[in-house]
Design a protein around this ligand. Structure first.
Ligand code: PEP
Length: 239
C-alpha cells in the first residue's frame, strides 16, 4: 500500500524547546504526522511550515460547551491540526473511554474535517486467553465511524506499548489480516483502502521487519517519536 505512514504520538511530553525536534523532522521529510500535546499544536504547525501534518491526541465528542479542560475537534482544526488520534489505550484505561465514546469522537472529528486514527488492541491477559480477535473485533465494531473517508486504524497491543516488547511478525500479520477482513466485511471494497498502522515499541531496529508485514501500512510511534533522530530513522527503515 504505497509508502508507509509514520505517525508520532508525543503523549504528555514536550515543552516549547521540543519544537526544535519538529523543525528537524520538517527539514528532513514532508510525509510525517506528529501529535504533540495540545499546548504545542499551533506552534508546531507554524514551525513545520506545512512539511509535517500536525494532529491532536484526543478530542471531545461534542463541538463546544461546558466541558472544563477538554478540547474539541473544531478547536484542533482552528489550531491548524489535520488529524486526531482517538481511542488510544491510555485514554481507554486512564479515562474509562468506551467504544461508544471513541466512535462519537471519531464521528465528530470527521465532521470537523480531521482525519482520524482509531486505536484498537488487546491486553496481555486477553492475548494469553486467546481472545485477540474477539477483543479487537468488538473494538472495531463499536469504535469505527460510519465511513472510511479519512479513516486510519491503528493496531496497538496494550502490552507492547512502551514496554520494548513486540508481537512476532507473524502475529502482527495475523491481526492486521483480521482487521482488514473486518473492514471489508463492514465497508465492502472500500475497506481494502483503509490504512492500518502497527503501534507498540516500534524502533529504528525493528521498523523494517514489523512494517514489512502484509496489511501494515505504517506505524504509530510513541517513545521513539520524541526526537527527530529516532523518528527519521524509523521512517528511513520503513521506506
Ligand atoms: C503509542 O503510544 O501509541 C505507542 C505505540 O507507544 P510506544 O511506541 O512508546 O510503545
Amino acid at each position: 500500500m504505497g509508502n508507509a505512514l509514520i505517525v508520532g504520538n508525543w503523549k504528555m511530553n514536550g515543552l516549547s524547546a521540543a519544537l526544535g525536534e519538529i523543525a528537524a523532522m520538517a527539514a528532513a521529510r514532508d510525509d510525517l504526522w506528529v501529535a504533540p500535546p495540545f499546548t504545542l499544536i499551533a506552534s508546531a504547525v507554524t514551525t513545520a511550515q506545512s512539511r509535517l501534518r500536525i494532529g491532536g491526541q484526543d478530542c471531545h465528542a461534542k463541538l463546544s460547551g461546558a466541558h472544563t479542560g477538554c478540547v474539541s475537534a473544531t478547536m484542533l482544526v482552528d489550531a491548524g491540526a489535520g488529524f486526531v488520534i482517538v481511542g488510544h489505550s491510555e485514554r481507554r484505561s486512564d479515562n474509562g473511554e468506551s467504544d461508544a465514546d471513541v466512535r462519537a469522537k471519531a464521528m465528530v472529528a470527521r465532521a470537523a474535517g480531521l482525519d482520524v486514527i482509531v486505536c484498537v488492541g488487546e491486553t496481555e491477559a486477553q492475548r494469553d486467553a486467546g481472545n485477540v480477535e474477539a477483543v479487537v473485533g468488538k473494538q472495531l465494531a463499536g469504535s469505527l465511524p460510519d465511513a472510511v473517508d479519512g479513516l486510519v486504524v491503528a493496531y496497538e497491543p496494550v502490552w507492547a506499548i512502551g514496554t520494548g516488547r513486540t508481537p512476532t511478525p507473524d502475529d502482527v500479520a495475523a491481526v492486521h489480516g483480521f482487521i482488514r477482513a473486518q473492514l471489508v466485511t463492514r465497508f465492502g471494497a472500500a475497506g481494502q483502502g483503509v490504512r492500518i498502522l502497527y503501534g507498540g515499541s516500534v524502533k529504528p531496529e525493528n521498523a523494517a521487519l514489523l512494517l514489512g508485514q502484509p496489511n501494515v501500512g505504517g506505524a504509530l510511534v510513541g517513545g521513539a517519536s520524541l526526537t527527530a533522530a529516532s523518528l527519521l530513522a524509523i521512517a528511513a527503515a520503513a521506506s
